[in-house]
Design a protein around this ligand. Structure first.
Ligand SMILES: NC(=O)c1ccc[n+]([C@@H]2O[C@H](COP(=O)([O-])OP(=O)(O)OC[C@H]3O[C@@H](n4cnc5c(N)ncnc54)[C@H](OP(=O)(O)O)[C@@H]3O)[C@@H](O)[C@H]2O)c1
Length: 284
């Protein structure tokens, strides 16, 4: 007998996770039990619920036969009838949303997507907490997710979380102390990489390459370089030096970039994002 999963707050990230679970390939007899029979999505407005209905109707039938019910103003009823809850509201809404669910959410597994909310704080509502920090490429199956569990989550449910979340792309388990860093590196990471993409693209335009071709070159350079680093497993510094001919163009460009503080700008930017992530749970 399958279980019911509720997604409270089905916006950008909730929809990314919903799409990944709904479209997951057909499970085998060992993994079938990880997939819900039904997903209830909960939003506060009809417009958002309609958006989720439209998203689901754009997909072929779920390979695992998952049914989806898209609702609004339905949090409490949905949670009451569910075994697993994915929390996808903005961090500043978490306190009010969970407080309204006191009495119905206790004892259920909460998978929180919210930045900044620590396991200890979420555990005031239910002891079984899995924190998941993911990012927008998850919408296309190229997301990264970092997961941390509370000690109350049994092994079987840890496996369930990894199995469900793995469909967004890549899934890594880390201790909770790394979650604010993961929020900055993984959650905000796409924006930092897009700044790099935009800069490379504009440098092409500045040097006379048309916009369309500059964009294509910049995207493929980022994609190809990331793939090369992944496939070779080599340290980026080593790969970088392989591109540097003595007295050549690449080393000349790199020296100027280092001089302009590109590296420390990135490191300090990610550090700042982590600092803000740590303060999010207290914000209204
Ligand atoms: N976006 C990112 O790049 C990113 C990256 C990493 C982590 N995150 C985390 O993911 C979480 C969600 O972010 P998001 O960008 O997906 O936000 P979002 O697009 O604004 O989605 C949040 C959803 O929550 C719904 N909602 C608001 N109040 C509600 C309530 N009382 N009950 C049920 N649903 C309610 C909203 O629907 P209505 O329109 O109906 O109010 C909205 O669709 C955040 O906690 C954030 O920290 C986001």
């Amino acid at each position: 007998m399958g279980y019911t999963l509720t997604i409270i707050g089905c916006g950008v990230m909730g929809q990314a996770v919903l799409s990944a679970i709904y479209n997951a390939p057909l499970a085998n007899s060992d993994t079938k039990h990880f997939y819900p029979q039904k997903i209830i999505t909960c939003n506060s407005s009809k417009a958002s619920a309609d958006e989720v209905t439209k998203l689901i109707s754009s997909f072929p039938k779920s390979p695992n036969g998952i049914e989806v019910e898209c609702t609004y103003n339905f949090n409490s009823v949905a949670v009451k009838g569910s075994n697993v809850i994915i929390l996808g509201t903005k961090p500043y809404l978490v306190q009010d949303v969970l407080s309204d669910l006191k009495g119905v959410i206790e004892g259920k597994l909460i998978i929180s997507l919210a930045a900044g909310w620590r396991i200890e704080q979420l555990a005031a509502f239910s002891p079984k907490i899995s924190r998941v920090m993911t990012n927008t490429p998850a919408k296309f199956g190229f997301g990264t997710a970092v997961i941390a569990h509370s000690t109350a989550v049994p092994e079987a449910e840890k496996l369930l979380v990894s199995q469900l979340i793995s469909h967004i792309g890549t899934c890594i388990e880390l201790p909770e102390k790394n979650m604010d860093a993961a929020t900055a590196l993984v959650g905000s990471g796409p924006a930092f990489v897009l700044l790099m993409l935009e800069s490379l693209m504009e440098s092409g335009i500045r040097l006379g390459i048309p916009l369309k071709q500059s964009r294509e070159c910049a995207i493929k350079v980022l994609e190809g370089t990331a793939k090369m680093a992944e496939i070779t497993g080599l340290h980026p510094a080593m790969l970088k030096h392989q591109v540097c001919t003595p007295g050549g163009t690449t080393i000349a460009g790199l020296c100027v970039m280092e001089d302009e503080g590109v590296r420390s700008g990135i490191v300090k930017g990610v550090q700042e994002a982590a600092k803000v992530a740590a303060s999010l749970s207290g914000k209204k």
